[in-house]
Every structure is written in structure tokens, then in C-alpha cells.
Design a binder for this molecule. Structure first.
Ligand code: FES
Length: 150
């Protein structure tokens, strides 16, 4: 165990955990930030996507020690009250079906638009290809990203 200093959603937090603990477990089990979901646990599905220094990353295989003192943003911290353009577009397009993967989808989309405010179809497909949705909401996801980009 070790004290690890984290900057999560603009707040400094210290957790006493094994440094190899994946960030996902720290968020959910130690800090109560359960918006980030566990899907595969093998960096394959995207359900656990967060931002690390503004980049979309899989938190299920990211050791907490490698996130120390870096800016972490979770779905809870993306906006104060669901007012991020991506969240608003998600509602407008009624994207979610079961909803389980959607926090990860939104975090990946938000990271894309931050770096590429007006992405092409190919850039959207490339950025989103690692986020799996078993309900098949892909067309609505793409439409919502285009709305958020305008
Ligand atoms: Fe992390 Fe699937 S739970 S990528």
C-alpha cells in the first residue's frame, strides 16, 4: 500500500492503495465515482474510458501509480450539470439504449472534439472504434458527435 495523490475532476485526492491497482477500481471502490463502468477489464471495450491529461484512456488497466499528479476527468467531472455539448447532443439524439457503455462513449467523443473540433466521418469512426456498444447505437453516436461538433 502507498499514498497516491490524484487530481480528479479538479480536486486533489489521496488514496492509500496498492500502486498497481487499476484507476477504475480506485474511482469506483475508493472514491464512489461509479459513472465509469467496468466492461471487459482488458482494455478492449471502452466502457471504462476516462480522460488522463485530456486524452481518452482505458482506466481498467491503468495502474493508479501512473496517473499520480496527472489531471483525471471522469464522466462526473465532464461538466457541472450535464451541459457539455456532447452530453446535450446525446440527449438530443436519444443515443442511449441500455446506457451501460455510454459514459465511455461520451468521454471518448469529448476527447476527440477537444482535439479535433470538426472531425470528418473517418476521424469519428477511427476515434470511436474502440468503444463497443452491444445495443448497436453506433449511428446515433455518430450523429450526436456531428451535432456536438457544430
Ligand atoms: Fe476497460 Fe473494457 S472495462 S476497456
Amino acid at each position: 500500500m502507498a499514498n497516491i495523490n490524484l487530481k480528479i475532476n479538479g480536486k486533489n485526492q489521496t488514496v492509500d492503495v496498492d500502486p498497481k491497482t487499476p484507476v477504475l477500481w480506485v474511482l469506483r471502490d475508493h472514491l464512489g465515482l461509479v459513472g465509469t463502468k467496468f466492461g471487459c477489464g482488458m482494455a478492449q471495450c471502452g466502457a471504462c474510458t476516462i480522460h488522463l491529461q485530456g486524452n481518452a484512456v482505458r482506466s481498467c488497466m491503468l495502474p493508479v501509480s501512473s496517473a499520480e499528479n496527472k489531471e483525471i476527468t471522469t464522466i462526473e467531472g465532464l461538466s457541472e450539470s450535464g451541459e457539455h455539448p456532447v452530453q446535450k447532443a446525446w440527449i438530443e439524439h436519444d443515443v442511449a439504449q441500455c446506457g451501460y457503455c455510454q459514459a465511455g462513449q461520451i468521454m471518448t467523443a469529448a476527447a476527440l472534439l477537444k482535439k479535433t473540433p470538426h472531425p470528418t466521418d473517418e476521424q469519428i469512426e477511427s476515434a470511436m472504434q474502440g468503444n463497443i456498444c452491444r445495443c448497436g447505437t453506433y449511428l446515433r453516436i455518430k450523429a450526436a458527435i456531428k451535432t456536438a461538433a457544430n
